[in-house]
Design a protein. Structure first.
Length: 327
């Protein structure tokens, strides 16, 4: 079914002009609308490796930005790879930025949709004779999408940057349980309320993990578990990054920064343990938006709105070295 969807998805892929360091407009026509991206091809002779960038969660666009934060993280990394003779394709996932019109209604959205779009783009790049290898670069949630899409479309290599090491339900459970820890309560009454909320959260997550929707959602939990978002959560929870990376039989690079406040080194370790054949690269003082920063929250978050600060050089060096070693 997924292969059929992927094939139907590729109705038209436009590549406009091919100048030196050309920034081509890319359109993936799908049943739900067009997905737009930027394909940049250096002027080097001969087929070149090309990297497909998959952005992280939320309204993150092809450049690594969202309406509240502009850091140009993915744009800057793409430009750094272009300077080293590596082509890149960065795209706005459906429902985001230029691809807004392709977004489905919340009740109709599934995590699989993002995977199928990425798979279709990989297949299109593999069919383009300008490219020798297709490498998937997934950032944060984009790593999970990329791990599955790389397998489906038979990419030549996978690079996971700040990718979660556990399925989304486990990540969400850990965050919520920590926030609702009764030991953090200011008094006994608050502790009892937090205990009850914690038990409720775990019950709701347990139900969704089984694939069942929730018949009753308390108002206090509605924003997170509202009926219209439950089908998406169920589809998302089915993707286990450890199982996905374990199944890959292609070269894999796992990259993690030490000052990332959202994804930890422990996540990279979980991914590497699932696939010990992968290369693991831990970059000192690289945060979640790929910039150099201390761990102190205020200084760290300041880089999220700095579009000029370059990505950490060690990241570019590690990615380029990995790609150049591909056979």
């Amino acid at each position: 079914m997924m292969k059929a969807f992927s094939s139907a998805c590729i109705l038209l892929l436009f590549y406009i002009s091919s100048f030196a360091q050309s920034a081509d407009s890319v359109v993936l026509q799908t049943a739900g609308g067009a997905v737009f991206g930027t394909l940049t091809v250096p002027a080097n002779k001969g087929p070149l490796p090309v990297a497909l960038f998959i952005a992280g969660s939320g309204p993150t666009d092809r450049d690594g930005n969202n309406p509240l934060m502009k850091n140009n993280s993915l744009k800057l990394l793409g430009e750094a790879l272009n300077a080293q003779g590596i082509a890149t394709l960065r795209y706005d996932k459906r429902g985001i930025a230029a691809s807004t019109a392709a977004g489905a209604k919340e009740a109709d959205l599934r995590f699989d949709t993002y995977v199928n779009d990425a798979s279709a783009l990989i297949s299109s790049l593999k069919a383009d004779k300008r490219f020798s290898k297709v490498i998937v670069i997934g950032h944060s949630e984009g790593s999970t999408i990329g791990l599955k899409a790389a397998s489906m479309a038979k990419a030549d290599a996978m690079i996971s940057i700040a990718g979660p090491g556990s399925s989304a339900d486990k990540v969400l459970r850990a965050q919520l349980n920590d926030n609702l820890d009764p030991a953090k309560a200011v008094n006994d009454e608050a502790a009892e309320q937090m205990k009850q909320s914690k038990e409720l959260v775990n019950h709701l997550l347990d139900t969704l993990v089984t694939g069942d929707t929730l018949r009753f959602v308390p108002i206090s939990m509605y924003s997170l578990f509202r009926p219209s978002v439950q089908p998406y959560l169920i589809s998302w929870f089915r993707y286990d990054p450890q199982q996905l990376i374990k199944a890959l039989k292609i070269p894999v690079l796992i990259v993690q920064g030490t000052t990332d406040l959202q994804v930890k080194e422990a996540d990279a370790e979980l991914l590497w343990q699932a696939n010990p054949q992968a290369t693991k690269l831990i970059i000192p003082k690289m945060n979640h938006v790929l910039k150099q920063s201390e761990a102190e929250p205020r200084a760290n978050h300041a880089t999220y709105i700095d579009p000029i600060l370059p990505v950490v050089p060690a990241l570019t060096e590690g990615v380029v070295s990995f790609i150049r070693k591909l056979k």
